[in-house]
Design a protein around this ligand. Structure first.
Ligand SMILES: [Zn+2]
Length: 551
């Protein structure tokens, strides 16, 4: 999902609500009209973002300028419409719709006031740069430097480098590739001095979070727990990995390689051009025909393209004269290679795609819900790529179970480590990020300390939406819980189950944001979320020290 910055922005900078005042007009009628305008406002905003992404230059015969005009017009209509709605006269559901439309309007107003200049990576060195501008400059570093790592006389992207780190057999070459990130790390964190761009940015973000809440608080709210509970869960999960994964110390450039046996074994079975057909076949087995759903794809690398994979709406489904006009969704990525890790990511993005397509509700509720929930949901299908029976069916060969599970849970655990890192940095922004990261990774991941390197700085979200990694870190336990619940109700789905998509649409996805995600999730799971399922899964890999120390 792509909209994290916007979603984060409106949590942090949400302005005072528009003043509600009552008029003589019937509330139901004016609300319906306002909500229809709201649907058109959201569509115009999504279409503009899709045009800016390079997906197309015009849509339904209209170019950027025309859509911009529509966006402005609809914004005014919705803003005016919302001021005539009186909260007192509304049902609870209508009141929630109005609250969500206020938020949606705020998010588009953040988009509609674009940054004055497009920030470049070098701008991050300017110590006067603040807030969104500083984050934007750091984000640019991931495009300018992260997508142009120099390795053996060639340029490789950050995502391809992760994949190569699992593939390259020679330790010295792995080290050289790892060190090709140094220009990015220096741009983000200088020489780790207190005034480094990242350290200035995280201090500002922590101050903002203390006042307005952070993604950590949001995630806690979704799960119906205190924010401190999140940290306790992350530590439990990390501890399970620490015990299950053996105690052989490894260098950071070897981590992906040692956990990547399944990757290496299967990479020849997953060439770049197979990513889409494999994914289509798998979802078809789950009752979701991606071709019929009409998902659009923009998957080849291109200069200036967003440096990460994401999924977003082009337009959201809505009723016109009693007929449902379906949602249109697109997936953007930079896929230069195939491989198991990238296949997993691509199945995850399509998980967002089918989630969006399953929404079937009124315009105010046509969205995915809380980030921690929709990120976890997208992993529900994607984790199957690490199951030997899935691999056998879709790739024609499989890796041993313990190798597959290590590949999956080593990356789940790395996300948990980043989540803990962000919680600690937001809590104590004066801390040295290299030290914080070294402490976490040496203790729980058995990685040799390298406090001289900012090797944590390889995820775009760390600089673009501080705290967002919590959604991935805590997501693993939600994913495990949802998978368990589906298996209880439908039986296994790893090698296909045509009831999967209709059932999950009906029971979890269709109603969008009609209810709080926390309530929805608790109802679906039949109880509160807990890390137990994930911890049991991690323990399945066993303490196989030998598998880690051999090639
Ligand atoms: Zn995602």
């Amino acid at each position: 999902m792509r909209n994290w910055s916007v979603r984060f922005l409106f949590i942090t900078f949400i302005a005072a609500s528009l003043i509600a005042r009552s008029t003589g007009e019937s509330p139901a009628r004016s609300l319906t009209e306002t909500e229809n305008s709201y649907a058109e406002l959201m569509d115009a905003s999504n279409i503009l973002a899709a045009i800016d992404s390079g997906l197309f230059v015009s849509y339904r015969g209209k170019g950027r300028a025309a859509w911009k005009q529509i966006q402005e017009k609809k914004y005014k209509e919705v803003a005016a419409g919302l001021t005539t709605v009186s909260a007192k006269e509304l049902s609870a559901t209508d009141a929630r719709a109005v609250m969500l439309m206020h938020k949606g309007v705020e998010s588009t107003s953040a988009e509609r006031a674009p940054l004055k200049h497009k920030m470049h990576c070098k701008d991050a060195q300017d110590s006067n740069l603040n807030g969104a501008d500083l984050r934007s400059a750091l984000y640019s570093c991931f495009d300018e430097l992260g997508n142009n790592l120099e390795f053996e006389g060639k340029h490789v992207s950050r995502v391809s480098a992760f994949d190569l780190l699992t593939q390259i057999n020679e330790p010295l070459r792995r080290r050289a590739l790892f060190m090709s990130f140094v220009p990015l790390w220096k741009a983000v964190n200088g020489n780790d001095e207190p005034e480094s761009p990242y350290r200035r940015m995280i201090a500002q973000s922590a101050a903002g979070a203390a006042k307005n809440g952070s993604p950590v608080d949001e995630a806690a709210k979704t799960l119906g727990v205190q924010p401190t509970q999140i940290e306790a869960w992350l530590l439990e999960i990390l501890d399970a990995w620490r015990e299950a994964s053996g105690n052989h110390q490894i260098e950071p450039w070897d981590y992906r390689y040692f956990e990547g046996k399944a990757e290496r074994l299967l990479s020849a079975a997953i060439p770049r051009e197979s990513l889409l057909p494999i994914t289509q076949r798998y979802y078809k087995d789950l009752g979701a025909d991606l071709q019929q759903l009409g998902i659009l794809y923009d998957l080849n690398p291109r200069p200036g393209k967003a440096p990460l994979a994401y999924t977003d709406f082009v337009t959201r489904g809505h009723m016109v004269h009693e007929v449902w006009q379906p949602t249109v969704v697109y997936i953007s990525g930079n896929y230069a290679r195939g491989g198991l890790g990238l296949l997993n990511e691509f199945v995850h993005e399509n998980g967002h795609g089918v989630h969006m397509m399953a929404l079937h509700t009124r315009p105010a509720f046509m969205d995915l819900g809380d980030a921690v929930f929709y990120e976890a949901f997208a992993d529900v299908p994607s984790w199957d790529t690490y199951e030997p029976s899935w691999q056998q069916k879709h790739l024609g060969m499989s890796a041993p179970e313990s190798d597959s599970l290590r590949a999956l849970y080593s990356s789940v655990t790395l996300d948990v480590a980043w989540a803990l890192f962000e919680i600690r940095m937001l809590h104590n922004p004066a801390a040295d990020p290299n030290e914080v990261w070294t402490e976490i990774t040496s203790h729980y991941l058995h990685i040799v300390p390298h406090p001289e390197l900012a090797w944590w700085a390889v995820r775009v979200q760390l600089v673009d939406a501080p705290g967002y990694m919590v959604n991935y870190g805590i997501g693993g336990m939600i994913t495990a819980s949802i998978r368990h619940r589906i298996q209880e109700s439908l039986g296994p789905f790893v090698t296909g189950n045509l009831r999967w998509y209709p059932w999950i649409s009906e029971h979890l996805l269709r109603q969008g944001m009609e209810h709080e995600t926390s309530i929805e999730l608790k109802e679906f799971l039949g109880g509160p979320v807990s890390p137990e399922g994930l911890i049991k899964d991690i323990q399945r890999i066993g303490s196989d020290v030998i598998s880690r120390s051999t090639n």
